[in-house]
Design a protein around this ligand. Structure first.
Ligand code: FPP
Length: 247
């Protein structure tokens, strides 16, 4: 951690820290536009910010971070922007993997790799394999990910396995999702003022708390993240029952 990120003595640190935080990193384009910069500059600033948030997760004790980096719908963006986002993923693996490894980060991928260039698919698989035994923070990168697509694929696998209809349970479906074995997200954050879930973790997020902020993703720094965790810490979750459940 760099010294300018040390907490102030009077700073309120989050309590009841969520185990699993998922983030819709929205607002890169508007961040760039407001500065007269190309959209790509917004994605680059967003990537810089991701580093800050990964460090903050380690600092505050979040154990799983899931980020929505590229949705199945994002293929509808202009080709140059798709290329820029693919390039960012490749760059992160090329330039950041050693540091992420040293920080104890385990990288995972949510989504289908098949639409990515073959070389990038190999790099993603190698990064996953290299970090698989790290346990300080799991970072799930949702890239070419869609929640409905994930559920359809899970059901297809279950049917292909020949499971009888009366043996299909919620646990069975969960175990066929990309997040198999991980707890559901406790908190889903969306930046930039939009208040919708956009096909992100629609099964896993059934009982997640939501936190929406007008702050654009490149500006959603450690301090903003801390505020989101503090707000989560005082929420009462009941999971459909009458019993309050402390986080
Ligand atoms: C949404 O903002 C953001 C994205 C579609 C891309 C998010 C990607 C990053 C933050 C880079 C990190 C990526 C990887 C692969 C590690 P938007 O561009 O739609 O913003 P706008 O709504 O203001 O136009």
């Amino acid at each position: 951690m760099v010294s300018d990120e040390l907490p102030c003595p009077e700073e309120e640190l989050p309590v009841n820290v969520p185990y699993h935080v998922a983030i819709i990193m929205d607002g890169n384009g508007r961040w760039a536009q407001s500065r007269g910069l190309p959209r790509q500059a917004g994605h680059e600033a967003g990537t810089e910010n991701l580093r800050r948030i990964i460090r903050a997760c380690v600092e505050f004790g979040v154990k799983v971070l899931t980020i929505y980096a590229f949705s199945t719908e994002n293929w509808g963006r202009p080709r140059w922007e798709i290329r820029a986002l693919l390039h960012i993923l490749e760059n992160v693996i090329d330039k950041e993997l050693n540091e992420l490894y040293a920080e104890g980060v385990q990288l995972r991928h949510l989504g289908e790799l098949d639409r990515l260039p073959a070389g990038l698919q190999r790099k993603v698989r190698r990064a996953i394999e290299r970090t698989q035994h790290n346990d300080r923070l799991i970072v799930n990168v949702a890239f070419n990910y869609g929640g409905r697509d994930e559920i359809v694929r899970a059901v297809q696998h279950i049917v292909a396995e020949g499971v009888p209809a009366n043996e299909i349970t919620e646990d069975l479906i969960s175990s066929h999702l990309y997040t198999a074995g991980l707890p559901d997200p406790d908190l889903i954050i969306r930046t930039s003022g939009e208040q919708r879930i956009s096909n992100f973790l629609i099964w896993q997020g059934a009982y997640s708390e939501h936190f929406y902020t007008p702050v654009l993703w490149p500006d959603f720094d450690r301090e903003e993240f801390r505020k989101a965790l503090v707000a989560f810490g005082v929420r009462e979750r009941r999971f459909g029952t009458l019993e309050p459940h402390r986080n």
